[in-house]
Design a binder for this molecule. Structure first.
Ligand code: TPP
Ligand code: SF4
Ligand code: MG
Length: 344
C-alpha cells in the first residue's frame, strides 16, 4: 500500500527566489512582493501550480522574484501569454503583473480583451502614474500637470482611471489597494477567490520619478479623512465614521454627508453592495478631494469564464470523434513541391 504524504503548507519563504532584486531602495514594489509572498500560503496556492506573467517595466520584473513558473514577456502583451497558459492548462493559477504604462498605453487593447473575455486569473496593476523603467516619462494615469522628460511644461491630457476602464470593458471584479497598506493581502485573497478576472489596482510609490504622488491619501496624517475602505454589507463611511456617502436621488450621483453621533442610517449612508455595478462605477469615478479614495473590493459579481467556455466547446466539438492528425494534415488543398534542377 502506498503511503499518502500530505502536502505541507508553504511558508512565505517558499515563494522567495535567490535572484537579486533590482528595484530602487524604497520602491513600493518591495512591499507588494512581500504581500504577495505572504498571501500565497494563506490561499493554499502551490508554487508548481502557479504562473506569474508580466509585460515590461519595473513592476514586470516581478516573476523573477517569485519561486513559481513565470514569463517576463513583451511590452503590453502579458494578457496574450496568460490567456495561452490558462487555455493550455486551466488548472493553473495565473497572475498577471503589469504597470500603468504596460497595461494602459501599449497594452490597453490587450487589457480590454482580457477583461471582456473574463479569463480566470488575477491582474495586479502597479499604478505609479509614471514609466519607471524608462526613467520617468508620464503615463496614461499621470495627473494633469505632471512634469516629466516627455512633458517638461506639465502634461495636458486627462488621465485614465484604471478601474473605470476595466469596468467599462466588462470587469466582474474590481479592487483597489495601496502598496504598503496592511489590507493588501486581504484584497489579493478576494481577487484569488473570485472565479474570473480579478483586477486589482495597487497604488505604488515610485520613490525616484514620482515620489509621494499618492501622499494626499496614503500619508498617515491624511489617511483617515481620505481613505474609504469599502466592505460588502457595511455602510460607506470614512473619517472615523463621521462622514459617509449617500445618494442624491434627484441627480443620481453620490454625495458626502455628515454622520452625527454614529447614526449613519439617519444620514442615509448607503450600505456597500459589491454586486451593484452602477454604484461601483460611481465609486471609482469619484473625484478625489471632494470625495475620499474608495479602496478595497469595490465590485465582485462572478460571470462564466473564458477558459471554461473554451473547454466545454472543445469537449462538445470532439464528442464521438476520433482524433486523426494525419487526416487533418492531408485534408483540403495539398500539393507536392517538385525538386527542380538548379538553372545554370
Ligand atoms: C515595444 C516597446 N515599446 C517601448 C518600450 C519601452 N518601455 C519599457 S517599459 C516602458 C513603460 C513602463 O511603464 P509601466 O508599465 O508604468 O511600468 P513601471 O516601470 O512604472 O513599473 C516602456 C515605454 C519597450 N520596452 N517595448
Ligand atoms: S524607478 Fe521607480 S518604480 Fe522603478 S524600481 Fe525605481 S522606484 Fe521602483
Ligand atoms: Mg508605471
Amino acid at each position: 500500500m502506498n503511503d499518502m504524504t500530505p502536502i505541507a503548507k508553504t511558508s512565505p519563504k517558499d515563494w522567495e527566489t535567490d535572484q537579486e532584486v533590482r528595484w530602487c531602495p524604497g520602491c513600493g514594489d518591495y512591499a507588494i512582493l512581500k504581500a504577495v509572498q505572504r498571501t500565497m500560503p494563506e490561499i493554499g496556492a502551490r508554487p508548481e501550480n502557479t504562473v506569474f506573467v508580466s509585460g515590461i517595466g519595473c513592476s514586470s520584473r516581478f516573476p523573477y522574484y517569485m519561486e513559481t513558473y513565470g514569463f517576463h514577456t513583451i511590452h503590453g502583451r502579458a494578457p496574450a501569454v496568460a490567456t495561452g497558459v490558462k487555455l493550455a492548462n486551466p488548472d493553473l493559477d495565473v497572475w498577471i503583473i503589469t504597470g500603468d504604462g504596460d497595461a494602459l498605453s501599449i497594452g490597453g487593447n490587450h487589457t480590454m480583451h482580457l477583461i471582456r473575455r473574463n479569463l480566470d486569473c488575477q491582474v495586479l496593476l502597479f499604478n505609479n502614474e509614471i514609466y519607471g523603467l524608462t526613467k520617468g516619462q508620464y503615463s496614461p494615469t499621470s495627473h494633469v500637470g505632471t512634469r516629466s522628460p516627455s512633458t517638461p511644461f506639465g502634461s495636458l491630457d486627462r488621465p485614465l482611471t484604471p478601474c473605470a476602464f476595466v469596468l467599462g470593458s466588462g470587469a466582474r471584479f474590481v479592487a483597489r489597494a495601496i502598496d504598503v497598506n496592511k489590507n493588501l493581502p486581504a484584497v489579493l485573497k478576494a481577487a484569488y477567490a473570485h472565479k474570473g478576472t480579478g483586477f486589482v489596482e495597487i497604488f505604488q510609490n515610485c520613490i525616484v520619478y514620482n515620489d509621494d504622488v499618492f501622499a494626499p491619501f496614503t500619508e498617515k496624517a491624511n489617511a483617515a479623512g481620505s481613505q474609504m475602505w469599502v466592505e460588502h454589507g457595511k455602510p460607506l463611511l470614512f473619517a472615523g465614521g463621521t462622514k459617509g456617502l449617500a445618494l442624491d436621488t434627484e441627480k443620481l450621483v453620490l454625495k458626502v454627508v455628515d454622520v452625527e453621533g454614529g447614526d449613519w442610517e439617519a444620514a442615509k449612508v448607503i450600505v456597500h453592495d459589491q454586486t451593484n455595478r452602477a454604484v461601483a462605477h460611481m465609486l471609482v469615478e469619484m473625484p478625489f478631494g471632494a470625495f475620499p479614495m474608495a479602496l478595497g473590493v469595490i465590485y465582485d459579481d462572478p460571470a462564466p469564464t473564458f477558459e471554461s467556455a473554451v473547454v466545454a466547446q472543445n469537449a462538445q466539438a470532439s464528442t464521438g470523434k476520433t482524433a486523426n492528425l494525419q487526416k487533418l494534415l492531408s485534408q483540403g488543398q495539398t500539393w507536392q513541391v517538385e525538386k527542380q534542377p538548379h538553372a545554370m
